[in-house]
Design a binder for this molecule. Structure first.
Ligand code: NAD
Length: 510
């Protein structure tokens, strides 16, 4: 087989796509590898993860370059927002997974005296990870690592828009030397994704657009395949007059324009309190105008990754301008270059909340700005969206910031910062409303990639139980039990007596 480097050099859609006919073999390899992998004791499983982490760190330059070439983002940004985030997530998973997936003892109610209860986690089996092109390394690798930690095998289907990254990840898992079939990378688009789901994986972890998320929900639903859907966003940023203005300006600029705005958690709507609006806007325009557009390593903003995305951004900005919005920075959309796909960052004012640019995900370097007069109005504007991924509130008054956050209907939120929650592996990550279903990251994310078995044990010595047959003569005693333990006047002595009488009645017949 050709090396990853050779395959990257000669990449065409014909030589890189996985034939659909291979899917049954991919699944049978995955199922047999999983049986082996699941027998590895936890410390050894974690050793595999730490070897993976070391490999990623060793190959960081190559990985950042390949991501940059595939997406257009600057290599330095690929390093900090993808490679470093993955390395850190793996390290945290190595630390937390053994406890998160260990047996968890829980209490047992008094009426089940003598019994014990615990929760046990077992691998689900074959986990399918379908990922998008905007963070093609990070959004594929983290769910894969969580799935491996839980003892699953994984079939990956990275985005067809960034095939280089798929090939690179395949070469990383080959070099890791885990048994064949434990992690398999497939290459292709929608048809491949659909066919993989039809082959009934045991879990689907999907990251991508709302429309594809809905298609996946309708494909997995009838097959009852559990899944996590991480979908789009239209994240609001609320800046109060008492915020650190310079920090908020810089945060808005990075939050809206990093990765050319192609971040699910990009700042896509900016609400600024009336009293500081004009000054804030002047500073925002000044800072935005300094950003360097281009393809060399020192650029801040690279090209839009796909032509389709370029057209979506163009159409939304044109529609907003035709409805009265004003462009304070950037270029008229008719003058954008579809060949280079470099779009200068835009600040847009005079927008209304009914405009598409304020309601639909744009996924590009455009920041529409609106004013607000009160806390209530800012909250109402932020929540007036079908999306609910992330949000941010900017104020020096921490209690006001937290009060506002507790009223925002979003899966995550930040005070005086942007985007960052996704990079903290201790926080669960997932959207609400149209932004998704379920979550990953944190202990709950790792546990979600496992089957949870709730266990109760009994020493097995008594011949019967108080609630088993015969029922005759027990109703009154059960009523006494109910009233003495759960009623308003608790009487533990009475409870004990009723319990003992029930026990002796249960013994009568044996
Ligand atoms: P997309 O939905 O077009 O594609 C995502 C993946 O799904 C690709 O691998 C694609 O081949 C596959 N796919 C497409 N149709 C399929 C089907 N019917 N069955 C199975 N697989 C199918 O998304 P995209 O354009 O690659 O990514 C951009 C979108 O992803 C944006 O909406 C963005 O907000 C969202 N996103 C969300 C998060 C998050 O964590 N919530 C992160 C990044 C991106």
């Amino acid at each position: 087989m050709a090396s990853a480097e050779d395959r990257l050099k000669n990449l065409t859609s014909e030589n890189s796509e996985t034939p659909l006919g291979q899917i049954p073999f991919i699944f049978s390899a995955s199922r047999s590898a999983q049986k082996e992998f699941a027998t590895l004791p936890m410390p050894q499983r974690m050793k595999v993860l730490s070897q993976l982490r070391h490999l990623i760190v060793e190959r960081e330059q190559e990985i950042s370059r390949v991501i940059s070439r595939a997406t257009g983002k600057p290599p330095g940004e690929a390093l900090t927002t993808e490679v470093m985030v993955v390395a850190d997530a793996i390290l945290q998973i190595e630390k937390r997974a053994p406890k998160a997936l260990g047996k968890q003892r829980v209490k047992t109610p008094i009426t089940f005296i003598g019994k014990h209860s615990y929760v046990e986690y077992k691998p689900r089996g074959v986990v399918l990870v379908i990922s998008p092109w905007n963070f093609p390394f990070m959004l594929a690798m983290i769910p894969v690592v969580e799935a491996l930690a839980a003892g699953n095998s994984v079939i990956m289907k990275p985005s067809e828009e960034t095939p280089e990254v798929g090939i690179l990840m395949e070469s990383i898992f080959k070099q890791l030397g885990i048994p064949e079939g434990t992690v398999q990378v497939t290459h292709g688009g929608r048809l491949l994704g659909e066919a993989l789901i039809e082959s009934k994986p045991d879990f689907v972890h999907f990251t991508g657009s709302v429309n594809t998320g809905k298609a996946i929900a309708s494909a997995t639903g009838p097959l009852l395949i559990p899944n996590t859907l991480e979908l789009g966003g239209k994240d609001p940023m609320i800046v109060f007059e008492d915020a650190n203005i310079e920090r908020a300006v810089n945060g808005a600029t990075w939050g809206a324009f990093s990765n050319a705005g192609q971040v699910c958690m990009s700042v896509e709507r900016l609400y600024v309190e009336n009293s500081i609006y004009d000054h804030f806007l002047d500073r925002l325009v000044e800072q935005t105008s300094k950003l360097k557009l281009g393809t060399d390593d020192s650029s801040d903003i690279g090209p839009i990754t796909t032509s389709a995305q370029f057209q979506t951004i163009q159409s939304q900005v044109k529609a907003a301008i035709s409805e009265g919005a004003k462009l304070l920075t950037g270029l008229d959309p008719d003058k954008w270059n579809p060949t280079s796909r470099l779009i200068p960052p835009m600040i847009l004012t005079d927008v209304t909340h009914q405009m598409e640019i304020m309601q639909e995900e744009t996924f590009g370097p455009v920041l529409p700005v609106m004013r607000f007069d009160s806390e209530e109005q800012a909250i109402a504007l932020a929540n007036d969206s079908r999306f609910g991924l992330n949000s941010s509130v900017w104020t020096k008054d921490a209690s006001k910031g937290k009060r506002v956050i507790s009223k925002l209907i979003t899966g995550s939120a930040l005070l005086n910062d942007v985007i960052l929650t996704i990079a903290n592996p201790y926080l669960p990550y997932g959207g609400v409303k149209d932004s998704g279903l379920g979550s990953y990251h944190a202990d709950s994310g790792i546990q979600n990639l496992a089957i949870r078995t709730a266990v109760m044990t009994d020493p097995g010595r008594p011949l019967s139980e108080i609630n088993w047959f015969p029922y005759q003569g027990k109703d009154e005693l059960f009523e006494e039990l109910l009233k003495s333990y759960w009623g308003a006047s608790r009487n533990f002595a009475k409870f004990g007596i009723s319990y003992l009488k029930l026990l002796s009645k249960s013994k009568d017949r044996h």
